[in-house]
Design a protein. Structure first.
Length: 566
């Protein structure tokens, strides 16, 4: 008996509640208006959540990817039913007030997919996304719904070419700082701008979108080898078609998201993020997904795993290569094989195919080519993972820094330059008034204070673009883009808006960041901080109505993933 015949025979899916029996004639009538046949009512209804949009090149092509997913579902014996969800372009929202909407979009994506699938009583889900908040939002929804789910990534953009070098949008952000300090001409900036983004796909380096795409594979929600395929590559459509078939297999086997989202799966994901030098946003998103799945995950788990995981990914922004380069040498399976062989991953973790992670990696095609994209675990770039959790008098609940410097460590002590908000800091940086040794403090940008926990690539890239690669640090309760590099500490918790120590810092206070000890402290006595607290009051909310006001009230601490559903 074929799978299609078995699916028709066993019509006890949730969607039966919407189409079975005489009392559901009105419902069937509405489906018939959308072209459903008698045969379609005997198939599982598979939701296809499509984040296609014209607001970002990341998602520009997702209708084409979604069409292949739907064809795969049809081929597998299901009935695809497409609906849209939103996306926000982090790149275009960057550097201004609009970035306050970015993290909120993760919540809206999760909420919208959950609501549609719940209301329509769909039997399974394939979610198709690309830009930064798509994938975490989709995985959060999958955990809530707990129906068989496959997540499909739209793929990376190809790097642009400028003056004989491969470039991406991160280079353009840094070029703004170089131009403001006179290190680049306006013509050079214009030429780079025109070359950096040659077509559809998510940002080219191992920024947040590509970091979270690797998490799809590591967590077991996507096809092994699919995440690194560029958006414009024909294999992207083939992978999407197969994903549509796989979700029906998962439905038949009864494999649900909560079967996949185990503690060992999250530990594997942390290991890969640390080994690659992935975006600091992966800490926030993995924490949020774990909360939705009911898995006990804490920042201590990140510290424990990072301390014993070698850094082997030579990928931008901290390294030399783009995601498309990783694809050419074996993609995510190459990383997984290296870490599995070194004993750093639990290969018994289950995937959506019903096979283990180790089985999937063993069968993946990995070309035998000389390469410097992924280093062996026996000769890593650094002996410790690149994502480090810091705690101390400035961040009692924790903070995050990505360390990809040549030494693999950050040890800085410098005077605080304090700014209440991103705009004030950026204006001062553009004036050239930030100097070697300074520690730039940007506060009231946390989940509630922003609200929305803005990424600050415009600020960090301007600092680096002015030549301060390692000699100016930044500390904030906001977030960083995956394209950020340098000694930048984010997610400081508790945030300033709720009275965290960051709210009490003054210009000139000496701040010490030490990734060897895992600490971040201010050289100020407890008595002095207590005296300052007596004079402190939280700022008035910046937004009193609308979506920003609502989520500003709902967000929890960044140390818990900045979730809103508690």
């Amino acid at each position: 008996m074929s799978q299609q015949e078995r699916l028709k025979q066993d019509r006890q899916w949730p969607s039966a509640k919407t189409v079975e029996g005489p009392e559901r004639a009105p419902h069937r009538s509405m489906y018939r208006a959308m072209g459903f046949s008698d045969q379609d009512f005997h198939k599982p209804f598979v939701a296809v959540a499509n984040a296609a949009a014209e607001v970002t090149p990341c998602n520009l092509h997702l209708d084409l990817v979604t069409a292949q997913v739907k064809a795969g579902i049809e081929h597998g014996g299901g009935k695809p039913i497409e609906f849209r969800t939103i996306t926000v372009s982090d790149g275009i929202a960057m550097g201004h007030e609009g970035m306050k909407g970015s993290l909120i979009s993760r919540e809206v994506i999760a909420d919208s997919i959950e609501l549609v699938c719940f209301a329509e009583q769909f039997d399974a889900l394939v979610a198709v996304g690309a830009c930064d908040k798509n994938i975490p939002g989709m995985l959060m929804a999958a955990a809530r719904l707990n129906i068989p789910t496959v997540v499909v990534y739209g793929g990376t953009i190809m790097p642009g070419q400028y003056r004989g070098k491969s470039v991406g949008v991160g280079d353009v952000f840094e070029a703004v700082g170089a131009y403001s300090s006179g290190r680049m001409s306006l013509d050079e900036l214009d030429g780079l701008e025109r070359a950096a983004c040659p077509g559809a796909g998510a940002c080219a380096g191992l920024f947040t979108a590509n970091t979270m795409a690797t998490m799809i594979e590591v967590l077991g929600f996507g096809l092994i080898g699919g995440s690194a395929i560029p958006a414009v590559d024909g294999r992207r459509g083939q992978s999407a078609h197969r994903a549509g078939e796989v979700v029906l297999d998962a439905l038949m086997q009864g494999i649900r998201p909560l079967d996949i989202l185990t503690k060992r799966a999250f530990e594997n994901a942390i290991t890969v993020a640390a080994a690659l030098g992935g975006s600091t946003n992966s800490v926030l998103h993995l924490m949020a997904i774990a909360r939705e799945a009911g898995v006990d995950l804490s920042l201590d788990d990140f510290s424990r795993i990072t301390d014993k995981t070698p850094h082997i990914g030579n990928l931008k922004p901290g390294g030399e290569y783009f995601m498309a380069d990783l694809d050419q040498v074996g993609g995510v399976p190459l990383i997984l094989r290296e870490l599995l062989n070194g004993g750093y991953l639990d290969g018994s973790a289950i995937t959506v195919t019903g096979r283990t992670l180790a089985q999937e990696v063993e069968d993946a095609y990995i070309p035998d080519v000389a390469q410097r994209v992924v280093f062996p675990v026996t000769a890593p770039l650094h002996k410790n993972g690149a994502l480090t959790i810091l705690r101390g008098s400035l961040a009692p609940e924790g903070a995050v820094i990505k360390v990809t410097s040549p030494t693999g460590t950050v040890q800085i002590t410098g005077p605080a330059r304090v700014f209440d908000g991103e705009e004030a800091a950026f204006a001062e940086i553009q004036k050239g008034s930030i100097h070697s040794g300074d520690v730039v403090v940007i506060r009231y940008e946390g989940p509630r204070g922003g609200p929305g926990m803005r990424e600050m690539l415009a600020v960090t890239a301007a600092i680096v673009g002015q030549g301060h690669m390692d000699d100016v640090a930044m500390v904030t309760d906001g977030r960083f883009s995956g394209a950020t590099k340098g000694p930048m500490v984010g997610h400081v918790s508790p945030e300033a808006q709720v009275g965290g120590p960051l709210a009490l810092i003054q210009d000139g206070d000496m701040i010490t960041i030490d990734t060897v000890k895992g600490t971040i402290d201010v050289d100020c006595s407890a008595a002095e901080l207590a005296e300052r607290r007596l004079k402190w009051a939280p700022p008035e909310p910046r937004y009193r109505h609308g979506v920003l006001a609502k989520y500003g009230r709902l967000f929890q601490s960044a140390s818990e993933g900045a979730i809103t559903s508690r």
